[in-house]
Write a new protein. Structure first.
Length: 319
């Protein structure tokens, strides 16, 4: 392709990209297209240099590529900064602002969980009404004290299990959150159901003598995972409340308004699910660490998270 044909083919694209760099708010294309258009500019620069087009054209494309690089990575730094600020202050502040829904979700989840742990210490046979025989046998195998690694996982499968735990955690969180669209009933169901299953497993394994293996496995990631489930439920309940009691606006408008804090809660919960999956895959299965150490680490995790959600971001909010 001759140079003039090359310039005619792409002149409009270059002009639009330059206008975006000069005045992003008046851009002729959505900002989300910026990375794709930047890559195309880099391709055009490489073609122009390889075909030995005029130095003026190569210099122009080089300037566009450099400016695009600075704009793209400056924007990514800003996005990273916003994520950091959300984790540092915005997320705990949002949890405090939604404390009523968080408390309701916590009662729906931890209520049956703790109740079943207590009940199964006196009536262990009750677990057969809640779990299938195959599930019970599987849990026996996973937490057998004879296992080299808890959960019957080999060391070289930790990365694979990390991916599995991410998928499983996000699935639970999304179900609990999206259930709110059924007037909140789905969120209530998934909170209660997960509380029942986790409580049944914990109570039964404690009663049959797998206390050290089970609790040393779950201690490290329990605070992150269980609180993330609660926050997912609170976000779902926020959606459900908008549908049940929209106030003086339409249900659609109420749902749109409720989605803003609900989705932000889910952002935070998703990050907690990710961190829980990492701990569960790489720390929780280890048997070389003493039981007392694992319990101490787990207790410290609960304490730090509670302090974080109670105090983080307060100073910034009062400024």
């Amino acid at each position: 392709m001759r140079q003039h044909q090359f310039e005619e083919s792409h002149a409009r694209e270059w002009m639009e990209f330059e206008q975006f760099l000069d005045q992003p708010k008046k851009s002729q294309f959505p900002p989300a297209e910026m990375p794709q258009r930047y890559r195309r500019i880099c391709q055009h620069l490489a073609l122009a240099a390889d075909r030995q087009y005029s130095p003026e054209l190569v210099d122009r494309l080089n300037r566009l590529a450099l400016r695009g690089h600075h704009a793209l990575y400056r924007n990514r730094r800003r996005q990273s900064q916003r994520v950091f600020e959300f984790l540092l202050a915005g997320f705990p502040a949002l949890v405090r602002a939604e404390w009523r829904l968080v408390l309701a979700a916590a009662l729906l989840f931890f209520g049956p969980l703790l109740a079943l742990i207590a009940v199964l210490q006196s009536y262990p046979e009750f677990v057969h009404y809640l779990l299938e025989p195959g599930q019970i046998a599987s849990f026996h195998q996973m937490y057998d004290p004879a296992n080299r690694r808890l959960g019957s996982r080999e060391a070289d499968s930790s990365l694979m299990m990390f991916g599995f735990y991410i998928w499983n955690n996000i699935r639970i969180g999304f179900q609990t959150f999206a259930g709110g669209l059924a007037a909140g009933v789905g969120s209530i169901w998934f909170l209660g159901a997960n509380g029942v299953v986790i409580g049944a497993v914990a109570g039964y394994l404690t009663q049959v003598g797998y206390t050290q293996t089970f609790w040393s496995f779950v201690a490290g990631h329990s605070s992150l995972e269980l609180l993330a489930i609660v926050f997912s439920g609170a976000a779902g309940l926020r959606l459900g409340m908008a549908l049940i009691a929209p106030g003086n606006v339409s249900r659609r408008a109420a749902l749109v308004a409720a989605a803003r804090p609900a989705v932000r809660l889910m952002y935070g919960a998703a990050m907690m699910f990710l961190a829980a999956a990492f701990v569960e895959a790489f720390w929780s299965p280890i048997t070389e660490v003493p039981f007392q150490t694992k319990i101490a680490v787990g207790a410290a995790g609960w304490a730090l998270l509670l302090l974080y959600f109670v105090f983080a971001g307060r100073a910034r909010a009062t400024n």
